[in-house]
Each structure stands twice: as structure tokens, then as C-alpha cells.
Design a protein around this ligand. Structure first.
Ligand code: NAI
Length: 253
């Protein structure tokens, strides 16, 4: 068996309807995992199911709003009932609200913290409860950001949520590593997705790219190695870490 083997493992990816989550689902499925793709937009999930299914992958669409504790519990229960116990949880759902601080509302703050931090905590808690009960191991991958290690203007809640997610990762590790439950953070730098492609190609983006030692933005495929590493037994003694994939951006601050 290869070190990075994830064949037949059951993965759940939150926020899988677009961007990196969609890509993570593809990567895990094409490497043989059964993947529950979870998000609010069911239409997108059905399209993703058909797309990955056509490549021979096994996918289960699951409705999930990470800001709703009942939805989180129902989603995990449905995936474990219809698929298998979750071996790999990718806490990917996330939002950013970009505005100057004087224009940020409490609702903006709550939306970002509820999604990026509390949502990841709710999903992790649900999966951990089940793994402690059935004494199976699992790997939880919290998709943080280099903005959890450093910061930038006009996204205060986002920076705070990702920093807290990185420390939540460590706190959970301190408690559950002894049970074979691994919790790690994946911290991408600027990765081109549909959402930011226009911005990254513009003037501000071109200024930004000059501060990245690799002199380019990432593409989703640049995260595949780190994802498969954290998901598989290749990282079996890696607990509570932050794996940064950013073209050297944080190394050169
Ligand atoms: P995206 O906006 O395409 O994806 C976010 C996904 O989360 C969407 O599918 C959205 O529907 C889902 N989502 C949002 N709120 C949700 C909720 N309440 N319940 C369930 N799903 C919800 O953005 P992208 O870029 O793919 O981001 C994915 C993750 O990667 C996020 O956590 C983001 O913070 C992180 N990230 C992205 C970077 C980038 O450059 N694209 C860099 C660093 C981190």
C-alpha cells in the first residue's frame, strides 16, 4: 500500500460546491476516496456528483449549512448512515467580507466568525464525538489561510477567524491526538479561483505577486500534495501542524 493511499476512505468536504472545496472533492475522489460533498447549493452538488461520477469517482451530495448546528448534525448523520464513518473531514467552507473597519457591521463579523470558526468547530465536534464512540481514527483538515498567520487590511473578521482556527486545531490536537484523531491546518496563500481571478489579474494583484518569492499565485492543484499528505497515513505522526502552501509569501515577510 502506498504511503499516500486514501482508497475507500470516507471523506466529507464542506463548502464543496465551488472553488477549492470543489477541487478538493475532485482530488480525493480521483485518488479513490468516497467523498461526501456538502454545501448549501444542492444544484451545484448534483452537478459535481455527475461530473466526478463520470470519472469513476464515488460521491454523495449532502446538504449543509455550517452556521446551523442542526444542519451540521443532520449532515454528518446522513453521510455516516448512507456512506461510511468519516475518515477525513475537510473543513473548507469559508467566507470573507471586505470593507473598511468603520463600515463593518456586527452582522458582517458574525457571518464570518460563524462560518469560518464556529462552523469548523461544530463539524469537528460532531465527527470527533463519533470517532471517540466507535474508536476509529480520522484526519481533520482545517482550511485556514496565511491570513491566520499574518494579516491584511479590510478583512478583520477573516484574519481573526483563521488565526483562531489555527489555534483551535492545536487545542483539539492536545485533547484527541491520543485517540488517533489527527487535526491539522492547511494554510494556502493566494490561490486563483473563480472568485478572485479578476482581482488577482488586476493592478492590485500584480503588485501583490511581486511580494511572493515564487512570483506567481497558486492554482488549486498546488494544494493537492498537502491535502493528500494530511489526509493519508503519510502524515500519521503529524498532529496540530500548519502546512503552509504560499509560494514563500509568509517566509519572506
Ligand atoms: P469559495 O467562496 O469559492 O468557496 C467557499 C465555499 O464555502 C463555497 O462553496 C460556499 O458556498 C461555502 N460556504 C460558505 N458559507 C457556507 C455555509 N454557511 N455552509 C456551507 N458552505 C458554506 O472560496 P474558496 O477560495 O474556494 O475558499 C475555500 C476555503 O479556502 C475558505 O475557507 C477560504 O477561506 C480558504 N482560502 C482560500 C484562499 C484562496 O486564495 N482562494 C486562500 C486561503 C484560504
Amino acid at each position: 500500500m502506498s504511503l499516500f493511499d486514501i482508497k475507500d476512505r470516507c471523506a466529507l468536504v464542506s463548502g464543496a460546491s465551488s472553488g477549492l472545496g470543489r477541487h478538493f472533492a475532485h482530488t480525493l475522489a480521483t485518488h479513490g476516496a468516497r467523498v461526501a460533498v456538502a454545501a448549501r447549493r444542492e444544484g451545484q452538488l448534483l452537478a459535481l456528483e455527475a461530473e466526478i461520477g463520470a470519472l469513476g469517482g464515488r460521491v454523495l451530495p449532502a446538504r449543509l449549512d455550517v452556521t446551523d448546528r442542526d444542519s451540521v448534525a443532520a449532515c454528518v448523520a446522513a453521510v455516516e448512515r448512507d456512506f461510511a464513518p468519516i475518515d477525513i473531514l475537510v473543513n473548507n467552507a469559508g467566507v470573507a467580507i471586505t470593507k473598511p473597519i468603520s463600515e463593518q457591521t456586527e452582522a458582517d463579523w458574525d457571518t464570518v466568525i460563524d462560518t469560518n470558526l464556529t462552523g469548523a468547530w461544530l463539524l469537528a465536534r460532531e465527527v470527533i464525538r463519533r470517532r471517540l464512540e466507535d474508536r476509529r481514527t480520522c484526519s481533520i483538515i482545517n482550511v485556514a489561510s496565511i491570513l491566520g498567520l499574518t494579516a491584511t487590511a479590510r478583512v478583520p473578521a477573516y484574519c481573526a477567524s483563521k488565526a483562531a482556527l489555527i489555534n483551535l486545531t492545536r487545542a483539539l490536537t492536545a485533547e484527541v491526538a491520543r485517540h488517533g484523531i489527527r487535526v491539522n491546518s492547511l494554510a494556502p496563500g493566494y490561490i486563483e479561483t473563480d472568485l478572485n481571478r479578476e482581482f488577482l489579474a488586476g493592478e492590485a494583484g500584480q503588485k501583490l505577486v511581486r511580494r511572493i518569492p515564487a512570483r506567481r499565485f497558486g492554482v488549486p492543484e498546488d494544494l493537492d500534495g498537502a491535502l493528500l499528505f494530511l489526509a493519508s497515513d503519510a502524515s500519521r505522526y503529524v498532529h496540530g501542524s500548519v502546512v503552509t502552501v504560499d509560494g514563500g509569501q509568509t517566509a519572506s515577510l
